[in-house]
Ligand binder design. Structure first.
Ligand code: GLA
Length: 373
C-alpha cells in the first residue's frame, strides 16, 4: 500500500492511518560497559541504557492484517503482512514479523494492528537498535492486547524473534538491557541464570559513547563463527559453556587448537573483568575501572579479533585524553562504537576532541552519542 508521496520522517500516525494510536511505548538502546562476547557462553555482562530510544505507536485492527511504517525510511511504502503468514523480507519488518510469530507460537492471542516506528538509536552502531525495536513493540503489544508478559519474558521473546526469525544468533544481553536497564545504573547480569543487580554509576563518572561511523552486521558470518568457536572450545574442554571456566583454568588453554585457545582466554578473562568492574563501581575506583576497559579492548582486539583499525584508533585517541579513565570497543564488533569512562562534567569536551582528531584525515566521521546534546 502506498503512503502519500509527501510522507516525511514527521508524518504522523493519524496522517498515515486516518486515526489516532491507542498505545504508545518506547525502549532504549544500550551501551555495554564491559562483558563482551560473553552472553552466548552463559557469562556476565554490564550494560547501561543510553538516552537514544525507539518509540512506537500502535492501534489494533479488526482481522489479521498488520500495517507498519518506519520514520527512518519515510519514502517507503507501508509494509503489510497477515498474522500467521510471516515471511522474512530481509529488512526492519522482519523484527516486527519475528515478534508476532514468536508470540503466537507461545500461545498469545493477537489481532492485526497499525504501527508507526521512530528511532534515534543508530542502526549498525553496536548500540542495540534491534533490541530497542523488539522491546518497544513488545511493550506496545502487551498493553494493546493485555498480554501477560513480564520484563524478562519480553527480553526472551525479543531474543527468540531475532534468533529464529531474523536469523541472528545473538545472546540475551541486548534485550535484557533494553527491557530492564536505565541510564544511571549498570545492569550486572548473569546471562545463564538471568539474575541481575543494578549497580549505581558513581557520581564522579560520566560515560562517553562515540560511533565510529563504520556499520556492522550481526547476522553476518563473523559473529556466528565466534559463537561456534566458543561452543567447540567448551566441548573440547568438557564443560557445558565457557562460563564454567575461571582464571585458574587458563593452564588448560594449550590443549586447544588455535584460535580456540585465544577465544577461550578472552571469555575467561572477560568474565573475571566484569566481576572486577562491579567491585570497582562499588568502590568508586574509576582508575581501576578504566584499566579494566583497556584490558577488555586488548583482549577483544588480539584474542577475540572483533575490532577494526578505526575503533582501535578511537580507543587510542581516548587514552590520550587527560580526563578519560578507560575506553573499549562496545557491542558485537566489526564496526560500531566505543565506550569510555570520563570524569563527570568532562565527557562532552573529551568526546568532541576525540571525534575531531579522528575526523582529521577528512575520510572518517565519528559522532558523539553520549553525553547526548
Ligand atoms: C551483540 C549481541 C549480544 C552480544 C554482543 C557481544 O550485541 O546482540 O547478544 O553477544 O553482540 O557482546
Amino acid at each position: 500500500m502506498s503512503v502519500k508521496a509527501s510522507a516525511t520522517a514527521n508524518t504522523t500516525f493519524a496522517e498515515l492511518f486516518g486515526r489516532a494510536p491507542d498505545v504508545r511505548a518506547d525502549a532504549p538502546g544500550r551501551v555495554n560497559l564491559i562483558g563482551e562476547h560473553t552472553d552466548y557462553t552463559g557469562g556476565y555482562v554490564l550494560p547501561v541504557a543510553i538516552p537514544q530510544r525507539t518509540r512506537v505507536e500502535l492501534a489494533p485492527r479488526i482481522g489479521p492484517l498488520v500495517r507498519a511504517w518506519s520514520a527512518d525510511m519515510p519514502e517507503a511504502e507501508l509494509q503489510e503482512y497477515r498474522l500467521g503468514d510471516e515471511k522474512p523480507v530481509h529488512d526492519w519488518l522482519d523484527y516486527v514479523q519475528g515478534i508476532t510469530e514468536v508470540l503466537r507460537q507461545e500461545g498469545y492471542t493477537l489481532r492485526g494492528f497499525d504501527l508507526r516506528i521512530e528511532s534515534d538509536v543508530p542502526v549498525g552502531g553496536g548500540l542495540s537498535s534491534s533490541a530497542a525495536l523488539e522491546v518497544s513493540l513488545l511493550r506496545a503489544l502487551r498493553e494493546a492486547f493485555g498480554l501477560d508478559l513480564d520484563d524478562v519474558q519480553i527480553a526472551l521473546a525479543g531474543q527468540k524473534a531475532e534468533n529464529d526469525f531474523v536469523g541472528a544468533p545473538v545472546g540475551v544481553m541486548d534485550q535484557m538491557a533494553s527491557s530492564l536497564a536505565d541510564e544511571k545504573t549498570a545492569l550486572f547480569l548473569d546471562t545463564r541464570s538471568l539474575q541481575y543487580e543494578k549497580i549505581p554509576l558513581p557520581a564522579e563518572a560520566e560515560l562517553v559513547v562515540i560511533d565510529s561511523g563504520v556499520s556492522h552486521r550481526h547476522s553476518g558470518g563473523e559473529y556466528r563463527i565466534r559463537r561456534e568457536e566458543c561452543e567447540r572450545a567448551a566441548e573440547l574442554l568438557g564443560v557445558r559453556q565457557l562460563r564454567d571456566l575461571d582464571p585458574q583454568d587458563l593452564w588448560r588453554l594449550p590443549s586447544l587448537p588455535e584460535p580456540l585457545d585465544r577465544r577461550t582466554r578472552h571469555v575467561i578473562t572477560e568474565n573475571a573483568r566484569v566481576r572486577s568492574a562491579v567491585a570497582s563501581l562499588r568502590e568508586r575506583d574509576l582508575p581501576r575501572l578504566g584499566k579494566l576497559l583497556y584490558a577488555s579492548h586488548e583482549s577483544l582486539r588480539n584474542d577475540f579479533e572483533v575490532s577494526i583499525p578505526e575503533i582501535d584508533h578511537l580507543v587510542e585517541l581516548a587514552s590520550e585524553e587527560p580526563d578519560v579513565f578507560g575506553a573499549r570497543i562496545t557491542g558485537g564488533g566489526f564496526g560500531g562504537a566505543i565506550v569510555a569512562v570520563a570524569r563527570r562534567g568532562t565527557g562532552r569536551k573529551a568526546g568532541d576532541h576525540i571525534a575531531a582528531r579522528y575526523g582529521q584525515d577528512g575520510k572518517k566521521k565519528a559522532t558523539v552519542l553520549v553525553p547526548a546534546t
